[in-house]
Design a protein around this ligand. Structure first.
Ligand code: SR1
Ligand code: MG
Length: 400
């Protein structure tokens, strides 16, 4: 099914038809801007003369970054709506206020957070956002716990799992993260100066690790995960806005039942990109040290929140001893996924501005560092038992 695509011109009439949204903005005075800078969708900010605003997001029937030659079902907005429904209940303060799904038009409406900054942009500018990584950790713990068999009895878990298919977007992740960077593919692209590092990714020892993580992604249906929790899926407050919450997670269209470590990994992999950028730009030590603390900050918040929720689990067969084992497994998954998430942004389709906006010499240095470090993490993840071991590996490579 394809539904009519909204435009800047048709948004006011569309909102007028949405009596459930009456009063959120004054439709007599609104201006509308299309601001989608992601890879997939249309995003409109609607602002009235008094400054009240909201976001209208609609899935396009194709992949925006490529165009109509890559059709993609508009049903992905249903997956995003499921993600917001779950997070609105389980972790309302870590997401924008969600005003619901209009299924017929494949539209969701959200609080406008554009007074803040997408975190990737703030990182690219060298801005410190204290407390944002902890928000990510808490968010992942709450939604991860609350949609898992730890919080749901088996029938509810199975119902939730079966009600949450997102096959087309999972396919994109399987191809772009776990498959294409490790083979010849027309969408891959990299600077020839890093040929050796890229082609080295096809060595059997690494391919075996990629295969193990791919299967974990495909079959580890632990909880409803965000599915694309990179630094472009997080808003941080504008500089100097001390009253705003430290971060909000958005863009949940990749939500699916998967391993909880996948979301933490997406964040970790993108921290690696930010670290590479900061190093080649020789950013101030305070900024680089703060970047180096983000994985530990996110993990500590995740760990603390998960442990706090553990006492509410529905099945005492999930023992305290098992929790330790599960957390360790989740850490190992997370750093493995993080490595692959970093690699895909260097080699595959859909690059990251952290690296792409550097000059050529910086780009080559940063890309080479990311590939070498990410690979060392993926291959060595079982031995990187804690945050300190990872920090030592990453920091040691940064200093070289
Ligand atoms: C074709 S979509 C490309 C990428 O954009 C999203 O942010 C996901 O990361 C996806 O892999
Ligand atoms: Mg996105």
């Amino acid at each position: 099914m394809t539904v009519e695509v909204l435009t800047v011109e048709t948004i006011p009439a569309y909102l007028a038809s949405r009596t459930d949204l009456a009063g959120l903005v004054d439709l007599e005075t609104v201006t509308v801007q299309e601001v989608g800078d992601g890879n997939l969708n249309l995003v409109f900010i609607v602002t009235d003369a008094a400054g009240d605003s909201l976001v209208v997001k609609q899935s396009l029937p194709y992949v925006r970054m490529v165009g109509e030659s890559w059709p993609l079902s508009q049903d992905r907005i249903l997956a995003e709506a499921r993600g917001y429904d779950a997070a609105s209940t389980l972790s309302p303060d870590t997401i924008p206020t969600y005003h619901g799904l209009h299924e017929e038009r494949r539209v969701i409406v959200l609080e406008d957070l554009s007074a803040g900054t997408v975190w990737r942009r703030a990182l690219n500018e060298g801005r410190i956002s204290r407390g944002a990584a902890a928000v990510i950790g808490r968010h992942v713990a709450r939604v991860g716990f609350g949609t898992s068999p730890f919080a749901l009895d088996s029938a509810d878990y199975l119902r939730a799992l079966q009600a949450s298919p997102n096959p087309e977007l999972e396919r994109i992740t399987l191809d772009l993260v776990f498959t294409d960077p490790y083979r010849d593919h027309p969408d891959n692209a990299w600077n020839p100066a890093i040929d050796a590092e890229v082609l080295g990714l096809r060595e059997p020892a690494l391919l075996d690790e990629v295969a193990a993580l791919k299967l974990r992604f495909q079959t580890g249906a632990e909880a409803l995960v965000h599915g694309d929790l990179h630094t472009g899926s997080v808003f941080v407050p504008a500089e100097g806005d001390a009253d705003a919450p430290p971060a909000k997670v958005f863009d949940l269209e990749f939500a699916f039942y998967g391993p909880v470590g996948f979301d933490l990994g997406a964040f970790f992999g993108n921290v690696l990109l930010a670290q590479a950028r900061a190093a080649v730009l020789d950013r101030p030590a305070e900024f680089q040290e703060w970047l180096g603390s983000l994985v530990a900050e996110a993990w500590a918040a995740f760990d603390a929140e998960f442990r706090a929720l553990w006492s509410t689990r529905v099945d005492s067969a999930f023992s305290d001893g098992f929790l330790e084992r599960w957390l360790q497994r989740t850490w190992t998954d997370a750093i493995g996924f993080g490595g692959l998430k970093a690699i895909r942004r260097i080699v595959g389709l859909a690059k990251a501005s952290d690296i792409e906006t550097l000059d050529e010499a910086q780009h080559i240095a940063a890309a080479r560092w990311v590939l070498g470090t990410a690979r060392a993490i993926v291959e060595g993840r079982e031995g990187l038992a804690d945050r300190a071991a990872l920090a030592t590996l990453v920091g040691g490579r940064l200093e070289r």
